[in-house]
Design a protein around this ligand. Structure first.
Ligand SMILES: Cc1ncc(COP(=O)(O)O)c(C=O)c1O
Length: 374
């Protein structure tokens, strides 16, 4: 049987990982500045993570959401403590798109409205409602049409106020930092205005922290730099360090009703063991602080390379914008320097390394990039 051929692939077979390195079938190491698309948070194959998953699968990997699963409570407690949202409620799913799908649905259950607002260059996933608020019509099929969505320019307060004024908007969904859109950061003031305006007009504010959350920005969630508290926060990627798990944090104002939301696999025993291990390691190894410090150090070094038009980001979510297409730079980093990076559009390199990145590894990257650019 053939695989359905939808992914443009690099001809590299990765078979192992350790901390910030991955290894191909010939044991050749690759420095991971991509994190498998912002997924690897605590580092590849962390021993505590491996042990916890092994022990769990030996006991039980899955049972349905029709019985008590205390591992879900453990994840909720650890997450509340580390994120500062211990008064919010947790609903667990399996992926980022599913988290956003449920968040939009919950918003609409809550205020019974239908109109959605998102931002230009947004990416929120490939399922129905999540895709409708994604600003990329090339990945939408005819069946995805029919949602009432308005896309606004990021950081445009006047456009936002005008759109919310009629009082008929169900939800505004915004990324903590736009990832696919090219590491575009909403300003703190814009987020504050957005939060206030949503409260005023009865609109639910959804913060999509699927890529920018889980410590990546140097705070648990990127929006915490602005000091706001959204109604719903969605998470996935870094949450399981590669084990598929997603979730949403829900403000206490929202009332749950039996049967309102549901999933077969979401919050299963094995996924929760992975998620609990991630939170334990993040806390013990102070990975959020590390992301902040090493990210700051790395951005300072990168700012000294005159070939880069702009270095922007927070923590270890960094975009390097060039005057020229970056495809060749990215290819040479990978095949000559053995370093994985990401890309947004044609002119932006996206750096999303594991949060345990060291300053020495940051230096290695800067040296390799400099050699490729010179
Ligand atoms: C901000 C954001 N939201 C949602 C998603 C969708 O997540 P998933 O691919 O797990 O469905 C992504 C994936 O890249 C993302 O970056």
């Amino acid at each position: 049987m053939q695989l359905f051929d939808v992914y443009p692939l690099f001809d590299i077979n990765i078979v192992e990982g350790k901390a910030c390195y991955t290894f191909d079938e010939n044991a050749c190491p690759y420095l991971d500045f991509y994190g498998g698309h912002a997924v690897v948070s605590i580092g590849h194959s962390h021993p505590k993570y491996v042990k916890r998953i092994k022990e769990q699968v030996e006991k039980i990997g899955f049972y349905s959401n029709s019985v008590i699963n205390k591992l879900q409570n453990e994840v909720a407690e650890r997450l509340g403590a580390l994120s500062g949202y211990d008064d919010y409620a947790l609903f667990l799913v399996n992926s980022g798109a599913e988290a956003n799908e449920n968040a939009i649905k919950l918003a609409s259950f809550h205020n019974t409205r239908r109109k959605l607002i998102a931002f230009r260059n947004s990416f929120h996933g490939r399922t129905s409602a999540a895709l409708s608020v994604t600003d990329n019509k090339r990945i939408a099929a005819p069946v995805n049409e029919g949602f009432d969505v308005q896309f606004l320019p990021l950081n445009d307060e006047a456009a936002l106020e005008a759109a919310l004024e009629p009082g008929d908007v169900c939800t505004v969904i915004i990324e903590g930092i736009q990832g696919v859109g090219g590491v575009q950061i909403p300003t703190d003031n814009f987020l504050k205005t957005l939060s206030k305006a949503c409260r005023k007009h009865g609109t639910v504010l959804i913060l999509d922290e699927i890529q920018s959350g889980y410590g990546r920005s140097g705070r648990f969630f990127a929006h915490q730099h602005a000091g706001i508290r959204p109604d719903i926060i969605t998470m996935a990627k870094g949450m399981g360090n590669g084990f598929p798990i997603g979730g949403m944090l829900i403000h206490p104002r929202f009332e749950a009703r039996k049967g309102m939301l549901g999933t077969t696999f979401g919050g299963n025993h094995l996924a929760c063991a992975a998620a609990a291990a991630v939170l334990e390691v993040m806390h013990e190894e102070k990975l959020i602080e590390n992301a902040e410090q090493v990210g700051r150090y790395l951005m300072k070094k990168l700012s000294q390379l005159h070939q880069i038009k702009e270095v922007r980001g927070r923590g270890l979510m960094i975009g390097l914008e060039f005057e020229v297409p970056v495809e060749e730079i990215r290819r040479r980093l990978l095949f000559e320097k053995k370093i994985f990076t990401g890309q947004s559009g044609t002119q932006i390199l996206r750096l999303l390394p594991p949060l345990c990145l060291s300053k020495t590894e940051a230096d290695s990257f800067v040296k390799a990039l400099k050699a490729v650019l010179d």
